[in-house]
Design a protein around this ligand. Structure first.
Ligand code: 3HC
Length: 689
């Protein structure tokens, strides 16, 4: 792998090129190469200033995450930053693309930063359960003050060049195409005129006001308590930034290093790093490579302007792809389009979109009541309600009107895609595109590969997902595909425990304590019991609640009663119904108590279902199942997903606990053969096959 090429010297300015595709991560050999080039430039009398310039699509995107967990090879990143701090000649970082994490920290240790107009800088370590470990927590506050530093580092957001300039994080912004020339001109000016700009480490001005406000740190933690819940990195970041304010630079750095070492050894960071790589791994399909021809999607048809259809449409509008939106009545069409407009306008009110952008997106919709208007679309997505008859009818009609080469997709969440495909004469063009509600927000897209779906169609769907900002996970055909099938046992156990007299608030609390945003019953109430509660074959509490008009939060009453601030509280009506349904179904009181017991009951069946999904080949790999849970069901990212979590708990322990549960609760708890085999072999889901 190429790392650094030899520097060139232009009129006394050494240009050190860094080249480690694809994102110039600071691997050991890049660090060694940079160290050697810096030493050379420092000692070369002809060199009066130095520029760090990256090849390829971006400046350095951070430390090389693949090296985490292995012994560090010298020089370390902090060593390099110290070398830059002590540089006898001015060093300029020329930034294009994204200067992230250790990459931005390296740039901050340089004397100057010249950024291309489209560049962004940021410290995204928090997303990996870490803090910036190469001086970021000490240098950024010295430039922007503690409060802004806390906001930037705990959010991990990418700061655009213009904002970075106004904050003082970069010194100048130049045209993209002229970065090298402008950086050279900048360096030559410094050589010619000199500069008395202090090193970042020596600056104290931005921090002087913070020294009198020690309460700002507790206030920041309190104001963000909800967002930080369960994560370990934010508290460490706050501590490190506090050290920047209260301690001399070297001591602050030592504090940062200590906190970084602690975080990197934490299970939360291991889980978040697992999710980072799992997300990227999910895009790989063994029999599809970069050479597999994909279809260029320039226009999309969406059938159904309801909640799902509208959300799906927005994804394409956001990516600038025109959508023909089809409904059966003008009223439904108008309603759907009004909802899309309302969503965009709400975003505009929050300042995240301009009024002009709202109009640009709305202009990309072509409303239609006529199926033949979809004839020329490259991709047609059906998003009507879950009825096999309705869906096969639509696909048979699409087969008649769509031109050859159009991808026909269904958003079905549990129907057999192969039956839907069989309604057409071209099953190789049929694929499942299963979006999660709200479809414009949730990042998961299950791409469902039917028995005959062609490779070109799968390749197109996987690439399209990235274009519209989704993470695609490939699924085979089965009831519920990956995410819904995986999570169904959690709901079944929550309801079983409810009928056995375990308080629903207790069940929900355990899930929230584990890290889910809400518990099972709170989620049902939020979605709406009338929406979920169809197709029950026996008497259920949900069915009874719907029958008495308790439809969920929207009616102020569902499993729980709600006050006008949407806070849930125990409901006598529900309590009585639970007892009645349990009696009618002959279920005796057998309350589960203790957090561990509750959690095992709720989540071990999910792990078990994951093992079955993997063994049946419905998912390509264990980490895809984790991604489906994290992105489709908000499984807490710092737990890494159900199978990563199971590996942490220990598969032998899970098998033993499940066998004990099987004795009491029956075969739902029988451990799946794959789970047993892995446990007996002392292996984990995450081990390479
Ligand atoms: N280390 C190792 N590999 C990395 C990497 C990193 N820091 N960043 C990206 N990669 C790899 C990805 O795994 C992927 O590999 P693959 O092609 O084999 O799957 C490849 O580079 C391309 O990445 P993306 O698919 O994500 O490309 P995008 O163009 O969509 O995004 C990016 C580019 C914005 C740079 C994005 O990759 C990203 O956010 N990377 C992580 C940045 C980060 O977290 N940096 C901080 C690292 S921790 C650190 O610096 C600690 C320090 O403080 C001491």
């Amino acid at each position: 792998m190429k790392q650094t090429a030899t520097s060139v010297v232009v009129d006394g300015v050494a240009l050190i090129p860094l080249d480690n595709p694809p994102v110039n991560a600071l691997s050991a050999s890049l660090r060694q190469g940079l160290q050697a080039e810096l030493e050379q430039a420092f000692s070369d009398k002809a060199v009066r200033a130095i520029i760090l310039l990256c090849a390829g699509r971006t400046f350095i995107a951070g430390a090389d995450i693949t090296e985490f967990g292995q012994p560090w090879q010298p020089p370390s990143l902090p060593d390099l930053c110290a070398m830059l701090d002590d540089a006898p000649k001015p060093v300029v970082a020329a930034i294009h693309g994204t200067a992230l994490g250790g990459g931005f920290e390296l740039a901050l240790a340089c004397h100057y930063r010249v950024a291309a107009q489209s560049a962004r800088v940021g410290l995204p370590e928090v997303h990996l359960g870490l803090l910036p470990g190469a001086g970021g927590t000490q240098r950024v506050p010295r430039i922007v003050g503690a409060e802004t530093a806390l906001e930037i580092i705990t959010s991990g957001r990418q700061v655009k060049a213009a904002e970075a300039l106004s904050l003082g994080l970069v010194d100048t912004v130049v045209e993209d195409a002229a970065l090298r020339d402008n950086a050279l001109a900048f360096a030559h000016r410094i050589v010619a005129h000199g500069s008395d700009k202090p090193r970042v480490r020596d600056r104290a001005d931005a921090l002087s006001a913070d020294r009198d406000r020690p309460e700002l740190f507790t206030a920041f933690a309190a104001a963000n308590a909800r967002r930080f819940k369960g994560f370990v990195a934010p508290a460490a970041i706050i501590e490190a930034v506090k050290a920047a304010v209260t301690l001399p630079f070297e001591q602050g750095l030592a504090k940062e290093t200590d906190l970084f070492e602690r975080l990197i050894a934490s299970p939360e960071s291991a889980a978040q790093r697992h999710v980072f790589f799992a997300e990227r791994e999910a895009a790989r399909v063994p029999d599809i490579g970069p050479d597999t021809a994909a279809i260029d999607i320039r226009s999309v048809g969406v059938i159904g302007a309801g909640t799902m259809g509208g959300g799906i449409t927005m994804n394409f509008l956001n990516a600038g792809i025109p959508v023909t939106l089809l409904e059966t009545s003008q009223e439904a069409l108008d309603r759907g389009i009004a909802t899309i407009r309302r969503n965009y306008e709400a975003t505009a009110v929050k300042g995240r979109m301009t009024a002009a952008q709202v109009e640009q997106r709305m202009d990309l919709i072509a409303p239609s009541l006529d199926l033949s208007s979809l004839t020329d679309a490259d991709l047609i997505i059906e998003a009507v309600y879950e009825s096999m008859d309705v869906k096969t009818g639509i696909f048979a009609s699409l087969d008649r009107i769509a031109r050859q080469g159009t991808i026909l997709a269904s958003n079905t969440s549990f129907l057999d895609l192969n039956c839907i495909a069989a309604a057409t004469s071209r099953p190789e063009w049929v694929v499942g595109l299963h979006f999660f509600s709200p479809a414009n927000v949730m990042r998961l897209l299950e791409v469902v590969r039917g028995a005959e779906t062609s490779k070109a169609v799968v390749a197109t769907a996987m690439r399209l997902a990235k274009r519209i900002g989704k993470v695609a996970v490939l699924s085979g055909v089965c009831d519920g595909f990956i995410a819904n099938r995986l999570m169904a046992p959690r709901g079944a156990q929550a309801e079983a425990m409810m009928l056995e007299d375990t308080p629903i608030a207790e069940i929900d609390r355990v899930l929230v304590d584990y890290g889910f945003a809400m518990g099972h019953f709170q989620m049902m109430d939020l979605v709406g019991l009338d929406v979920i509660g169809r197709n029950a074959t026996e008497r259920t509490v949900m069915g009874d609640l719907v029958a008495v008009g308790r439809l969920g939060q929207k009616r102020g009453a569902g499993y729980y009663d709600y006050d006008d601030k949407r806070r849930s509280r125990f409901s006598d009506v529900t309590g009585k119904l639970i007892k009645e349904v349990a009696a009618a179904r002959g279920i005796a009181s057998n309350r589960t108590s203790g957090d561990e017991a509750l959690l095992g009951r709720l989540l071990y069946p999910v792990v078990n279902e994951g093992a079955k999904i993997l063994e049946e080949g419905i998912a390509l790999r264990a980490s895809d199942i984790d991604i489906a849970a994290v992105l489709g069901y908000n499984w807490p990212v710092y737990r890494g997903g159900p199978l990563f979590w199971a590996d942490q708990v220990g598969l032998d322990r899970i098998v033993a606990d499940m066998r004990a549960l099987e004795v009491v609760h029956g075969e739902t708890f029988r451990p799946a053969p794959l789970l047993v085999r892995l446990a007996e072999a002392g292996r984990r889901f995450g081990d390479k096959p």
